[in-house]
Write a protein that binds this ligand. Structure first.
Ligand code: FAD
Length: 475
């Protein structure tokens, strides 16, 4: 048997994009995945009743359609089709009201009344150069910026805590609640410096590219990546868990789409003590508890506008969301929800619907938050409970057992604090490299962090190609 050029351990979105990047360069690549299907946090299954398709991890994919890697690949030829909800995201408000984050920046600004001008000022210039912005932030941060003006503009506003920036820039309850609902994606208390970064990126993407979902579910996207990889000559082995160095097939390079802890296990005694100590100190953000529902009809939102949105941030006000995210033990939790079958009919039997939702919990907590989550849903959608045909719950420890990347149930694969983004998993100019030649980390525990963009895998693969094969440059 000819020796492999490259092995990729783990077929999450980052493992898949690493494998595709290496195969596109003409390498002989093998991709190993513990589960029977590829995708990791980008996969779907029938968790509830026959005919209902649920996304196990990601549901909504703004970073994927903006990703410099995914955008350049012909994934549509391998079955990927994007579905765009009319409204990217919405925020519930007390009194059966809501506020919409529309695709159009001006329409959103107009709907925000006296905060419209502030919204335009904050986001307009970033939306105008969104490609430049993403080029500079979807890679290790210790780099000379390619778009310094945009990056400086972003950085000034990204550094403060989302709570402080929201209070300073916005006045109306509607705009403030919208801001807090976006900020809560960070899985950190909104008083944490740097939480404005994810808030801004999500808002910019809503206006620049939309927040779409793959027709058929997240699995269709992962399967398209797999099919493209196989078309390029790559080999996928599923049902293969790599537990230690002896499980690794010989290859010139090995890329690991897993946690820093698993990486250390695979490096074994080749990892120097200092590197081991750095990775053992790797920190995670909040965990989540996730709820997948099979419903007899659409969610009966008190605000009828909410059926226009793919994503709904459920929570009453700026203060309520700030409180909920401060310790993740609130009686009125912030609930992040998606309603895919409203826009993609194939996800559920005719007239019935899927509903995807999660609330943050302390990292690693298995405490049942269903009563609080369902009380919140009932508050903003009276009669919700009567539509529930079946429910599937995933706790934070179960999520970690599904993929070690989601340590303690953290969907971002590591805390998105300023330090957590800079030193991911350690402070280095090119943190995909390990001290062991030929071994690389390519998961969301490396830059740029969580989300379906494939850029950790792509950048790690480009680094390996340059280091070991003399192909191209380190990104
Ligand atoms: C509930 C939830 C909701 C989310 N929602 C969104 C969303 O709407 N939009 C969005 O952009 N992002 C979302 N995310 C985040 C996104 O899913 C993750 O950032 C992304 O999946 C991380 O990709 P990854 O490849 O780094 O890791 P993973 O997706 O975890 O993939 C790692 C893969 O490697 C395999 N693996 C690991 N170790 C080994 C080993 N030793 N041997 C063999 N195989 C191994 C695992 O089985 C897994 O398949 C969500 C995540 C979760 C959990």
């Amino acid at each position: 048997m000819t020796r492999l050029d490259a092995v990729v351990v783990g077929a999450g979105p980052n493992g898949l994009s690493a494998a595709v990047t290496l195969a596109r360069a003409g390498l002989r690549v093998q991709l190993l995945e513990a589960h029977d299907q590829v995708g990791g946090g980008l996969s779907s299954a029938g968790l509830t009743l026959p005919g209902f398709v649920h996304d196990l991890g990601s549901a909504i994919h703004p970073l994927a359609v903006a990703s410099p890697a995914f955008r350049q690949w012909p994934l549509h030829a391998f079955g990927l089709r994007w579905v765009y909800p009319e409204v990217p995201a919405a925020q519930t408000l007390p009194g059966g009201r809501s506020v919409l984050l529309r695709r159009d920046l001006d329409a959103t600004a107009e709907s925000l009344g006296r905060d419209g001008a502030a919204w335009r000022r904050l986001l307009g210039p970033l939306v105008a150069d969104w490609e430049g912005l993403l080029h500079d932030i979807l890679r290790p941060l210790l780099r000379v910026p390619g778009h310094p003006v945009t990056l400086a503009r972003f950085g000034l506003r990204a550094l403060p805590p989302a709570e402080a920036l929201g209070r300073a820039l916005l006045r109306t309850p509607e705009a403030r609640a919208l801001w807090a609902g976006l900020a809560a994606h960070s899985a950190l208390p909104l008083s944490t410096p740097g939480t404005s970064a994810m808030t801004l990126v999500l808002a910019v993407l809503a206006h620049a590219v939309g927040w779409p979902l793959p027709a058929g579910g997240a699995q269709a996207f992962a399967d398209a990546l797999r099919a493209y990889f196989e078309h390029l000559g790559g080999e996928v082995l599923t049902g293969v868990r790599v537990d230690g160095p002896r499980d690794l097939p010989p290859a010139r390079v090995t890329l690991v789409d897993s946690s820093p802890g698993v990486l250390l296990r695979l490096l074994g005694d080749r990892a120097p003590a200092a590197y081991r100590a750095q990775l053992e100190g790797f920190r995670y953000g909040a965990g989540i508890q996730k709820f997948d529902y099979a419903l007899s009809g659409p969610v009966p939102w008190a605000s009828p506008d909410l059926v226009r949105a793919g994503t709904v941030h459920v929570g009453g006000s700026f203060a309520e969301i700030v409180h909920s995210e401060a310790g993740w033990r609130s009686e009125r939790p912030y609930v992040l929800a998606a309603q895919p079958s409203l826009f993609d009919a194939g996800r559920a039997p005719q007239g019935q619907h899927t509903f995807w939702a999660y609330a943050h919990t302390p990292n690693g907590s298995a405490a049942d938050v269903a009563p609080q989550v369902e009380a919140q849903l009932e508050r903003f959608a009276p009669g919700f409970g009567e539509r529930v045909l079946a429910r599937h719950v995933t706790t934070a420890p179960q999520l970690q057992a599904f993929s070690p990347v989601f340590g303690g149930g953290d969907v971002n694969g590591g805390a998105s604090t300023l330090w957590g983004l800079l030193a991911r998993p350690n402070l280095a100019v090119t943190p995909y490299r390990t001290p062991v030649r030929g071994m690389y980390l390519c998961s969301s525990s490396a830059p740029p962090g969580g989300g379906i963009h494939g850029m950790a895998g792509h950048n790690a693969a480009l680094t390996a190609l340059s280091d070991e094969f003399g192909i191209g440059e380190v990104p």
